[in-house]
Design a protein around this ligand. Sequence first.
Ligand SMILES: NC(=O)c1ccc[n+]([C@@H]2O[C@H](COP(=O)([O-])OP(=O)(O)OC[C@H]3O[C@@H](n4cnc5c(N)ncnc54)[C@H](OP(=O)(O)O)[C@@H]3O)[C@@H](O)[C@H]2O)c1
Length: 208
Amino acid sequence: MTALVIGANGQIGKQFCELAQKAGTPIKAMIRSEEQVPWFNDRGIDTVIADLEDDFEHAFEGCDQVVFTAGSGPHTGPDKTLLIDLYGAIRAADIAKQKGISRYLMISAIRAENPMEAPEKLRPYMAAKFAADAHLRNSGVPYVILKPGRLTDDAASQHFASSIDEAGDNQISRANVAHALHYALQSSVINKEFALLDGKRSIDEIIK
Ligand SMILES: NC(=O)c1ccc[n+]([C@@H]2O[C@H](COP(=O)([O-])OP(=O)(O)OC[C@H]3O[C@@H](n4cnc5c(N)ncnc54)[C@H](OP(=O)(O)O)[C@@H]3O)[C@@H](O)[C@H]2O)c1
């Protein structure tokens, strides 16, 4: 069961790939350029070069699961939000469907179900996440949608909460998200969605 990691060179992506590699979980890292290859080679992680704004179907070869943790990031405009966070995720779900992928694990965002409740400048991003999640749910591809709060660079506590009320805050470390993603990939959970925040419970408690 090899998982294609879309967005593998990102901050969550790299931490997730390292965890998966150390645990012996088969993955293939989808990255955008040759210069990114050595970091993965040094860790014995397979790579494929592909871009969500181009034809990326070849990246799925030999993979039966997908992890989507790509994102256009805060330094690009709504054009890239549309093309990567929305249409890239949708195209990945369509290819997953066509190829009979057994599960698609999506990094979405907390409260993406209510884009108009987000601060105004975040609404286009939240709307992209909302629509990409909806497309995935309706695709027929078994899915897991993880919805982190605001991401931090703190170390992994490996303790989680699944609502802002429970957490008392709206943040989670990227390291914790990587752990949750790896746990979800190793589990057999399907067609479930989880808000993810730093908290006090084990990931096992959240995902069960
Ligand atoms: N920031 C937050 O507070 C927040 C909150 C909730 C959820 N999220 C979500 O968390 C996820 C990852 O966060 P992060 O901090 O790890 O982000 P990140 O470090 O910016 O990583 C994003 C990755 O996406 C890749 N990417 C961008 N455009 C691409 C394209 N056209 N084709 C293929 N890959 C592309 C980037 O590739 P390069 O390395 O080549 O640039 C990068 O590796 C995203 O889905 C984001 O929406 C973020």
